[in-house]
Design a protein around this ligand. Sequence first.
Ligand SMILES: C[S@@+](CC[C@H](N)C(=O)[O-])C[C@H]1O[C@@H](n2cnc3c(N)ncnc32)[C@H](O)[C@@H]1O
Length: 283
Amino acid sequence: MIKLKELLREGQIQLKDQSPSAAEDCEILLGQILSKNSAWLITHGDRLITSEQTLAFRAHLQRRSAGEPVAYIIGQRAFWEHHFEVNPSVLIPRPESEILVELVVQIVSEQAFTSESQSIADLGTGSGAIAISLAHELPQTDIIAVDVSVDALAVARRNADNIGVTNITFIESDWFSQLDEQRFSIIVTNPPYIATDDPHLARGDLRFEPIDALTAGPEGIDDIHKIVNQSKAYLQPLGHLLVEHGFEQGAAVRKLFSDAGFKDIATHRDIAGLERVSCGSIG
Ligand SMILES: C[S@@+](CC[C@H](N)C(=O)[O-])C[C@H]1O[C@@H](n2cnc3c(N)ncnc32)[C@H](O)[C@@H]1O
């Protein structure tokens, strides 16, 4: 048997050269094994850990030392108000994508008195983090969540079931290709937006995430280009399109919106002050 604080210290030493967040990683990894949060771990440093739990923690450390993201090791990631199952077939949801949820909730609440029912499409739903958070926040809306990856859709469906939302339909589709004649009041998307030769793809967590969820052509803008060009045909009058993009893509994305005839084009910054989400509406 070993004391909890000694095990955490062992983990931090093992991860210090591999992870920029070694202390936090260790707390999350051990916390998952003990089913406790970080605050509990900090206040129970003298608690004795069983050899079975110690072995499980060391196995986690081994995987983290090899670079595997903490979210894949523990099989979940927090986003907005819930924990979402994740595995290597889905992107790990990022905190900056919560801006999309915030903006859509704001648009729907502003339109609450002018429209009877709102329909929302989430393109490239991955784990379902955005669509499910919206479905939970806006139970009166109908949400269509699209992905080209069957494996990602299976994860998203499980997340919807576990969280208990029922106002989402999941569709396997290459962007709009399987969406018939539907028109939405809002289309929201966090598409792939990294350039195919971006050196970051060979570093950190990105190495483990599905490449089809990350890259979109030589400038990283090919999927955004397709979505912006096709969206007008799938939006209701006064409908909105919201697109997450790379922090250096704001100007290019605003031009795509403008070339496609969108109005009220604006870009919102993330918590780090970087251009992250562009929006536009149609007349
Ligand atoms: C950056 S991930 C976003 C996942 C999730 N929305 C999130 O924010 O965590 C992009 C998603 O788009 C999906 N995707 C890529 N190409 C697609 C296409 N042609 N049609 C539909 N979905 C696509 C990927 O499978 C992936 O799940």
